[in-house]
Ligand binder design. Structure first.
Ligand code: BGC
Length: 793
């Protein structure tokens, strides 16, 4: 690595400022530029993150048919439920092998953002509400990818917690929430995965766009030792000169927006130091060299094996939420399969991650191949959320007298996607009505769910079993059949809490918010919230049943605070099935001056045991696992006092406890009086307390006015003036026409249009000078508008 870095520096020393500036902007939508004169070849990037989406043409399109066929693995929310870093590593490697076969050098993923709310439109692309789990799975995936010479792009750094106004929203979060929660997964993934690139998010963080956020780069490089290239998310680089000055290396995609010329101008005007341009160019060259070296690593690309690996991951990810002695079903039973999603399953999410699957297996076909006596009825329409009485009646008639019913339900396409957040946790009303009617007609019903994120399940008492498949990828259909028939015992554990209702969720009052996303709940997202607020979720973090049972022997704790501790116990499979258990380790501080989560995951191990077999499971616990961030001292520290180590089968099924004591640490200042709602969590975090926690007044959004509009203004801002209103009216008409058959999709598209900042116009093919002229018009400056129109970039 040191050698490559030296080589990169040597290349940069031979470059002109123009060549360096050119390197900092992509060559086109997917390619990073090389320097022909010096014999440096450019490289190709592609999405990610659960398979390769290599565009056939070099433009952007999320239509699967526009990208080459590739193995569609289960999406991140499923992968995390495996609690199995080894599988994640294998998946990373397999995806990278397909990249190698397609000459793609960087795969855009994984995404390790925290799930602040289950409504997040991109939650299916993210791993967990817990940073330790997300970080460990993410790091493993990166290691797998890079082991065959394909770089990862860890994304989206940072606090990309929502899709609403995702291009400009300001995520406001306190230092502890940042360090202990939102940045933690990135920290683990950077330190343990060493990604070639990190992708800077669209949003602002505490007032500054991530691409221009010096504090973020300081942490990334200065504290975590990141040695790769910082790349903008596609279209996130508003002001490249400001970005490069702060720490950005590469703007993607490369469009004609004049940003390379801006860099040179900033250099001439002294707004950008040459050292910063050199750093950026060197990091981009290093990326090219890493790719060059990567291509020398031998690899094979066995798509059949990848398809089977995707199936194995889907099997390992599915979470058996409930089982009242119904599952596994038997192949000899007289069975009914209900639900359009059985015949046309949902196996991946929407947006930039959409893959053209190499081969696709449907649950219904897989079940038909195994069960000779099987009746099928669709029960609902995928394109209409309302109940279809005729289809429900047909389904009810089909399930009567059957030994078992497999009812497939879930979120239809378009219900969760990049670009917008969900508005509710509910299933389509028609599916809920179907579940009720079918369960009443035949209580021996197992509901099988397909969705990328948690759902509200008010009907959960009705069926005898519920299996959550998540989005299981191209071979999820066969995985479902194997799980339902007991060829494999379910072993997925929830990587996120399933709440009872939306109102129960931690950010319920604030999500997604307006232009500023106040992360008021601080550390209390996911199980940290439900534990602290003493709320009972529908299914807790870490939950998941099996067809077998496991017993835990007594815990043994050895070691001390000087050397660290070793905690072990024996786990035995006491049931009749072979299966895997996920042994989870939580740390619970018993005495602290700070507000802290009741318990936090600090370790996990997935072990596979045949019936009657047992194994020792051991964890090493270091002082660092107990650390908290003290914003007043600006560092992590370990508080003195007692900590309970809890070994559990879920966050709410703790089987073993033991206590250790730290004496060589320190204590933070007690802020109970200033921040009572953080010490006693009841679900409400008053603004004045959050302001105290932030250490500044709550950021407020001041809408820009005529005369002050800049390139961050979006159509919704510009509608305050006549030119904006005229443009909006024209665009609206065009969209209504284009989406005349899908008005809901049209409405969502309109929302995205309205909230996209003007600086992104060149991405949509609108020349920058048009956008600037329009901006000048909106500001009432006709002369400037004319000058912009005539100007050249
Ligand atoms: C997404 C990224 C993706 C990129 C390229 C962006 O809109 O946020 O996750 O990698 O597009 O498709």
């Amino acid at each position: 690595m040191e050698e490559l870095r030296r080589e990169a520096a040597a290349y940069v020393s031979q470059m002109t400022p123009e060549e360096k500036a050119a390197l900092c902007v992509g060559a086109d939508f997917w390619h990073v530029r090389g320097v022909e004169r010096l014999g440096l070849r450019g490289i190709m990037t592609a999405d990610g993150p659960h398979g390769l989406r290599k565009q056939v043409a070099h433009h952007d399109s999320a239509r699967p048919s526009d990208s080459v066929p590739a193995t569609c693995f289960p999406t991140a929310s499923a992968v995390a439920c495996t609690f199995d870093p080894e599988l994640a590593q294998e998946m990373g490697r397999a995806m990278a092998e397909e990249c190698r076969a397609e000459r793609v050098s960087v795969l855009l993923g994984p995404g390790v953002n925290m799930k602040r709310s289950p409504l997040g439109g991109r939650n299916f692309e993210y791993f967990s509400e817990d940073p330790y789990l997300a970080g460990k799975i993410g790091a493993a995936m990166i290691r797998g990818m890079q082991s065959v010479g394909v770089g990862a792009s860890l994304k989206h750094f940072a606090l990309n917690s929502q899709e609403s106004r995702r291009m400009t929203v300001d995520s406001a979060a306190d230092e502890r929430a940042l360090r202990e929660l939102y940045l933690r997964a990135f920290e683990i993934a950077v330190k343990e995965g060493r990604p070639w690139t990190v992708m800077m998010a669209y949003n602002r963080l505490n007032g500054t766009y991530c691409c221009e956020n010096q504090a973020l780069y300081g942490i990334l490089r200065g504290e975590w030792g990141f040695d790769g290239a910082a790349v903008s998310d596609w279209g996130a680089s508003r002001d490249l000169a400001a970005g490069v000055a702060a720490g950005l290396d590469l703007e993607m995609p490369g469009v004609k927006n004049g940003h390379a010329a801006d860099l040179l101008r900033a250099l001439r005007e002294g707004r950008l130091a040459e050292a910063n341009l050199d750093r950026a160019a060197e990091n981009v060259v290093l990326l090219l060299l890493r790719a060059r070296e990567g291509e020398k690593i031998p690899y094979t690309c066995d798509r059949e094996a990848h398809h089977r690996l995707a199936e194995k991951i889907a099997e390992s990810a599915a979470v058996l939420l409930k089982n009242d002695s119904l599952l596994p079903g038997g192949a000899a039973q007289n069975a009914a399969v209900i639900g359009a999603l059985a015949a046309r399953g949902r196996y991946q999410g929407d947006g930039s991650s959409r893959i053209h699957p190499w081969r696709l297996e449907q649950p219904l076909d897989a079940l038909r191949a195994k069960i000779p006596r099987l009746t099928y009825a669709p029960g609902y329409r995928l394109d209409d959320p309302a109940a279809d009485r005729a289809l429900i009646e047909e389904a009810v008639a089909a399930v009567r007298g059957k030994d078992i019913v497999y009812l497939f339900a879930g979120l239809p396409e378009g219900w969760e996607s990049e670009g917008y957040d969900r508005r509710s946790l509910d299933l389509p009303a028609g599916q809920e009505a179907l579940i009720e009617a079918v369960c009443r007609a035949n209580p021996n019903t197992a509901v099988v769910l397909q969705a990328g994120s948690p759902l509200a399940l008010p009907w959960a008492d009705l069926p005898r079993a519920i299996l959550m498949l998540y989005l299981g990828g191209e071979s999820g259909g066969s995985a479902a059949a194997k799980l339902l028939l007991g060829e494999v015992s379910p072993s997925g554990r929830l990587a996120e809490t399933f709440p009872e209702t939306l109102a129960d969720t931690p950010a319920a009052r604030d999500y997604p918010g307006g232009h500023v996303a106040l992360h008021r709940e601080s550390l209390f997202i996911g199980y940290r919230f439900y534990d602290a607020a003493r709320r009972t979720p529908r299914y807790p973090f870490g939950h998941g049943l099996s067809y077998t049972t496991f017993s835990y022997g007594a815990p043994v704790l050895e070691g001390d605070e000087g050397v660290g501790w070793r905690l072990s116990c024996r786990v035995k499979n006491t049931g009749a099935f072979a299966g895997a258990e996920v042994v989870q380790l939580y740390a619970a501080p018993l005495e602290s001056n700070c507000f802290r989560p009741v318990q936090e995951l600090i370790g996990f191990q997935k072990i596979y045991l045949k019936s009657g077999c047992e194994k020792e499971v051991s964890f090493t616990v270091k002082e660092g696992d107990l650390r908290i961030y003290d914003p007043e001292q600006g560092r992590f520290l370990v508080e003195n006092g007692a900590y309970e180590l809890r070994i559990g089968a879920s966050s709410r099924d703790i089987r073993l406890r033991c206590t250790l004591r730290v004496t060589a640490g320190t204590r933070c200042r007690d802020r109970r009086r200033e921040l009572p709602h953080y010490y006693e969590v009841d679900g409400f975090f008053p603004g004045e307390e959050f302001a105290r926690l932030l250490g500044r007044p709550l950021p407020e959004y001041a809408p820009p006015r005529k005369g002050t509009y800049d390139e961050s203004a979006a159509l919704e801002d510009l509608c305050a003036v006549r030119p904006g209103r005229i443009l909006a009216a024209v665009l609206r008409r065009c969209l209504s026409w284009k989406y005349r058959k899908r008005p809901e999709a049209g409405a969502r598209m309109w929302e995205q249009f309205c909230t996209t900042p003007l600086w992104q116009a060149p991405l949509g093919g609108v020349p920058r000078r048009f956008a600037e002229a329009f901006l000048a018009l909106c500001n009432g400056c006709w002369g400037a508008a004319l000058r912009a129109l005539l100007g050249k970039y």
